[in-house]
Design a protein around this ligand. Sequence first.
Ligand SMILES: Nc1nc2c(ncn2[C@@H]2O[C@H](COP(=O)(O)OP(=O)(O)OP(=O)(O)O)[C@@H](O)[C@H]2O)c(=O)[nH]1
Ligand SMILES: [Mg+2]
Length: 202
Amino acid sequence: MNIKWSEHLTTAVSPDGYPLSELPEIAMVGRSNVGKSSLINLLTGRKSLARVGNTPGKTRVINFYNVEDKLILVDLPGYGYAKVSEAEKNRWGKIIETYLNTRKQLSAMIMLTDIRHKPTQQDIVMYQWICSMGKPHVIVATKADKIAKAHYDKHIAQIRLTLGLVPEIPVIPISSTKRLGLINVWNEIEKVVPGLEIVPDK
Ligand SMILES: Nc1nc2c(ncn2[C@@H]2O[C@H](COP(=O)(O)OP(=O)(O)OP(=O)(O)O)[C@@H](O)[C@H]2O)c(=O)[nH]1
Ligand SMILES: [Mg+2]
């Protein structure tokens, strides 16, 4: 099955706005500007389903995207954006925290980190929290087009070491601009949402 159909379902800041659907949800977690919305566009094969921005802090709410009526991709606000007030940071933090802590149909998380950089202290805290939730998760290393392929291993090793990953947790390099790694991410999603049989176009 190719992904032929996806749609923006709804936008929410608190549980009363979450969709009523009981489809399994896969959440994108990561720093502001890391490429969460771009990954949703990559996965759905849509250029601008999710809003991508040059200005960090673009996604300030939770956006839910229905894919083939089989699963929902969830675009969470990014954390770690320096140029907003403390109050705003706390508000975004609360939005992320409430979603992750309360959403029953949250099946898995994709934590994104820029392949070029060592994960930040905030990434480490976020990752520890993800681990404590005990749900399936993978790490996606974004913007892989920005480094030479020969350097992937070195950068991925740094990510593994900094986040303290156990060997079972994959780190998948992707490029939303060059459309790299798409199938690998779908393969991981299929492990937690059985029966998807999604074969994205190259
Ligand atoms: N070169 C390159 N640029 C990328 C890639 N993914 C995202 N970008 C760029 O990085 C910027 C941020 O991308 P977004 O997808 O909006 O990031 P986000 O994580 O959703 O950001 P917030 O909504 O602020 O949390 C945009 O200018 C994208 O075009 C990638 O794989 N390669
Ligand atoms: Mg975004």
